[in-house]
Design a protein around this ligand. Sequence first.
Ligand code: PMP
Length: 358
Amino acid sequence: MSTKYPRTTAGRGRRFDSIVETIGDTPCVRVNHLAPSHVTVYVKAEFFNPASSVKDRLAISIIEEAERRGDLKPGQTVVEATSGNTGIGLALVCAAKGYPLVVTMADSFSIERRKLMRFLGAKVVLTPRAAKGLGMYQKAKELADANGWFLARQFETVDNAKIHENTTGREIIADFADTRLDYWITGYGTGGTVTGVARVLRKERPETKIILCEPASAPLIGSGTPQSRGAANAPAASHPAWTPHPIQGWTPDFIPFVLQEAVDKKYYDQVVPVPGPLGIEWSRKLAAKEGIFTGISGGATFAATMQIAEKAPAGSVLLCMLPDTAERYLSSPLFEGIAEAMSPEETQLSQSTPGFQM
Ligand code: PMP
């Protein structure tokens, strides 16, 4: 490990005109304790984005491309269906650029996501969890049609994969220019990350194997069953392979159109199903053993990365996407069993010296 003494920093060499200018350029960080010793594993830490998730990239892309096309007028309301991170990213971008934002979200997603969006000035309209992802999507469309609002359409828009092609993918190419990169591992929600990055990797690093992960209880891609589609490439019905899963941000109950390009062009070499509890386990291990603080989907992607790493040839280099921060899941199963009260060991410590005991 390179250690420099004393530790110093040089500044970023620039000032930023807006918070949105800080989106992207997230670091790839080596995993030092959890990875098998015959390989090198890095994680791309998307929680370094200003609203702490990969979806800040999508948010700035959707808004700026719509501004450029003239589809979004100054002060026009933006509306979107989102499980959280897109809403939080959009809320940050809309706040910075002066657009009102309305988000539709199933009531099954974590409370702190709603609160964060409202904190960032957005309105959150809840939809029943029984109506699934499709329900919140249809509500957003209804509100857009009724009010003349701009619908962000994260699941269909070309501006989704495009930003990952132009930023996430370019960053990986640049940061691994001087080394081998044998595996790149990602999950999918909209499919923007995998589709955009794969466009770049397939062209410029064709030797890199792309591993796509999905919930074991919702193996939409693994099932091989195609998605039925209606107008504007929107899903026509729930996919039959979907059942509820705890990996927030991973696949909705349909194969998004943005992901379809990755399916059609075989942008992945292997699909790995990950059980939700394994995602939670690895997210906790990343935090406690590496100091790397990521959500359930990050833990699930890392679980698949560990599985690939075990079987990878010696000397392999792997890169795992970590889409967001664990702090977004305080009220979710990720923090279940993390105590508020002192444990017997902590109480013993408290009593081991005379002062300030509880
Ligand atoms: N994990 C989390 C926590 C997310 O919010 C998302 C985005 N929905 C993803 C993974 C998947 O990213 P993408 O939409 O680019 O496929």
